[in-house]
Design a protein around this ligand. Structure first.
Ligand code: FAD
Ligand code: UDP
Length: 377
């Protein structure tokens, strides 16, 4: 008789959701197998050096920002940080203007010289009355009026989502604030920093524990019936887990076009948005984001797609309805926990996924007392 490996937890997906849970559970004494169908850990936050030796984010630019001291201090166990405040310009009417819309955006776009106080009056004068803010159009026209909406939001959103802003929940464009001052940072969070040696190194540190085994290039369905395990933690798309039995839950995809240029600098800031021209939404230049010095530079163009790897849940009422049906199925599976952006169909940033995983760990700890014994076969 031969003893086989026996895992207390099988975790599907080695992104933030799966890796945080693997680290927490292993630290609490559980034996964990974490499986990812991709050839690497880190999920969409994975980074690597490209052929030119530039650190890139293969799945698009990932900038870490959070207001949560708990999340920041938890991740600080696995990485040092480099302070970084992201700046974005939008290419509009032949100029590159700050987005989020601020005092300088308005002054430069319209050739004005307003003060912060006057721009507040300006916004009030152009804003459209919206009785109840429901959609992504309502949010913007209700704050800055139709012209700024058309120039900065309508085209970008239609490209990014394949939907008009009036068809998307308010929460989507509400991610981007409006400012009356000259603050041109994309985020206003308390903590804004990048892992000093990159995300992948941080994930390696999280998963480097004798209780954690990592299996890559493997869809969990290939091994789930072969490897004895206790509780399952699933971080992939929730509809796929249930074989799309209620139909496909829409996830928006992207195609990334990576380029390296023989120049030290390609553009003026980390990201330039193209709301109205081209098939891509934005170009990001990694060296701004990572702080790397290199004589060449690498950039990525993002082309939104309906089909392909699932990247974004699509926040709108009919999708929330369909997700509810899958959520009910998920809740009826006591042996499985669903966590992360794809499995809970939430447009979460990295820090929100970490917070969700930490909260899930606490719940699992309360619930799990007994652990299965080694199985003899
Ligand atoms: P994921 O990272 O998607 O991990 C899920 C993993 O599960 C994947 O690796 C997948 O391969 C694996 N998997 C799925 N199904 C299976 C299966 N059947 N078998 C085995 N493995 C499976 N957030 C920020 O905070 N700041 C940003 O600047 C930012 N920029 C972003 C830019 C883009 C283009 C995108 C798409 C997202 C961005 N995000 C950003 C969001 C961030 O990527 C997510 O919040 C975070 O990565 C989600 O982690 P997760 O573990 O839930 O999911
Ligand atoms: N958005 C826009 N114009 C911009 C930037 C953002 O219309 O210049 C809208 C668009 O709908 C986008 C959403 O605001 O999907 C959220 O923007 P964010 O930069 O947070 O998107 P992400 O980085 O998650 O792709």
């Amino acid at each position: 008789m031969q003893k086989t490996l026996n895992f207390d937890y099988l975790i599907v997906g080695a992104g933030f959701a799966g890796s945080v849970l693997a680290e927490r559970l292993a630290g609490a004494g559980a034996r964990v197998l974490i499986v990812d169908r991709r050839p690497h850990i880190g999920g969409n936050a994975y980074d690597r050096y490209d052929d030119a030796g530039v650190l890139i984010h293969p799945y698009g630019p990932h900038i870490f920002h959070t207001n949560s001291a708990e999340v920041f201090s938890y991740l600080s166990r696995f990485t040092e940080w480099r302070p970084y405040q992201h700046r974005v310009l939008a290419s509009v009417d032949g100029q590159e203007l700050p987005i989020p819309i601020n005092l300088d955006t308005v002054n430069r776009l319209y050739g004005l010289n307003l003060t912060a106080f006057q721009v507040e009056e300006f916004f009030a004068s152009v804003a459209e009355p919206v009785a109840q803010v429901r959609t992504s159009e309502d949010v913007v026209v209700g704050k800055v009026g139709r012209d700024l909406y058309n120039k900065f939001f309508r085209g970008y959103t239609r490209k990014q989502w394949g939907l008009d802003p009036s068809e998307l929940d308010a929460s989507v464009t509400a991610r981007v604030p409006t400012r009356t001052n000259r603050d041109d940072r994309y985020f206003a969070d308390t903590y804004q920093a990048m892992p000093l040696h990159g995300y992948t190194r941080m994930f390696e540190a999280m998963l480097s524990h004798p209780n954690i085994k990592v299996m890559l290039n493997t869809d969990y369905r290939e091994i789930v019936d072969l490897i004895p395990h206790g509780h399952l933690i699933y971080t992939g798309p929730v509809d796929a887990f249930f074989n799309h039995q209620y139909g496909k839950l829409p996830y928006r995809s992207l195609e990334f076009r990576h380029e390296t240029h023989d120049t030290a600098q390609f553009q003026a800031v980390g990201t330039v948005n193209y709301p109205n021209d081209y098939a891509y939404t934005r170009i990001s230049e990694f060296k701004y984001i990572t702080g790397q010095r290199h004589e060449r530079t690498s950039v990525v163009y993002e082309y939104p797609q309906a089909e392909g790897d699932p990247y974004y849940p699509v926040p709108r009422p009919e999708n929330a309805e369909l997700y509810k049906k899958y959520e009910a199925l998920a809740k009826a599976q006591p042996g499985v926990t669903f966590v992360g952006r794809l499995a809970t169909y939430k447009y979460y940033n990295m820090d929100q996924v970490v917070a969700q995983a930490l909260a899930t760990f606490k719940r699992l700890q309360e619930r799990e007392t007994a652990r299965p014994e080694l199985v003899e076969v």
